[in-house]
Design a binder for this molecule. Structure first.
Ligand code: GSH
Length: 225
């Protein structure tokens, strides 16, 4: 997979690309996608928007996943934690990831929920790449997750609090992977609250819409291979 096909990378890219960032130039924050991959280290470096690789990528990024972030000696994997860090450190304000602990914990809760939901979605999404059958149990688990999400959105505009937050972007981003497996029959928009909320998230910021478009194009290219 390259960056454009990876929902995890897609979550962090808008943060890196400034949609929530304040004063600091984005070249000082290096999203080192691929930094730890054995193959094509040089390629990873190019994908890094001019950044340089850490001296020992294996040690700095033991997880071997992308996205991975290097920022002034800080090395971080996991898309959600990268986004939490970038927003906490560089955002113009704290609306996407509030500083107030009582507000923040609601976002955190949804982000943990999102990780679980994404893992369920991944179990439906992954077999497609290996020509394997998806088991119906995995499909049921995603549908159960979507029912929970629908309940979370009951009577609400956004997932955590009364403004859009990182939680909305993270979950919407995870759901986008389902577009790639229509044959699974899973359709998040069958859930009425999700149906109303998804376009709300998508149209909330042009960078997010762009990022989704890139992801969809990446998926399409993969399908054609
Ligand atoms: N929970 C991680 C998952 C990251 C992940 O699995 N990334 C995939 C690409 S989408 C990856 O790097 N797989 C290993 C590989 O491609 O070599 C996150 O959100 O960052």
């Amino acid at each position: 997979m390259v960056a454009h096909d990876c929902p995890s990378d897609s979550l962090t890219r808008p943060s890196v690309e400034n949609y929530s960032m304040g004063g600091r130039s984005r070249s000082s924050v290096k999203a080192s996608v691929n930094a730890n991959r054995k193959k094509s280290k040089k390629k990873g470096l190019n994908a890094n928007r001019g950044g340089s690789l850490p001296s020992d990528p294996q040690e700095k990024f033991p997880q071997h996943t992308k996205p991975a972030l290097e920022d002034n000696g800080l090395y971080l994997a996991e898309s959600r934690s990268i986004a939490m860090y970038l927003i906490s450190k560089y955002a113009k304000d704290d609306s996407l990831y509030p500083k107030d602990v009582n507000k923040r914990v609601l976002v955190d809760q949804r982000l943990f929920f999102d990780q679980d939901l994404y893992n369920r979605i991944f179990n439906v999404f992954r077999p497609k790449f290996y020509g394997e059958q998806v088991d119906t149990g995995s499909i049921d688990k995603v549908n159960e997750g979507l029912e929970t999400l629908n309940r979370m959105l009951d009577g609400k505009q956004w997932l955590a609090g009364d403004k859009i937050t990182l939680a909305d972007y993270a979950v919407a981003n995870s759901l986008s992977a389902l577009e790639f497996v229509p044959e699974s029959g899973i359709d998040p928009t069958k859930q009425p609250n999700i149906k109303e909320w998804l376009p709300r998230v998508e149209s909330s910021h042009p960078k997010y819409g762009e990022s989704l478009k890139e992801l969809r194009e990446g998926f399409k290219k993969m399908e054609q291979k």
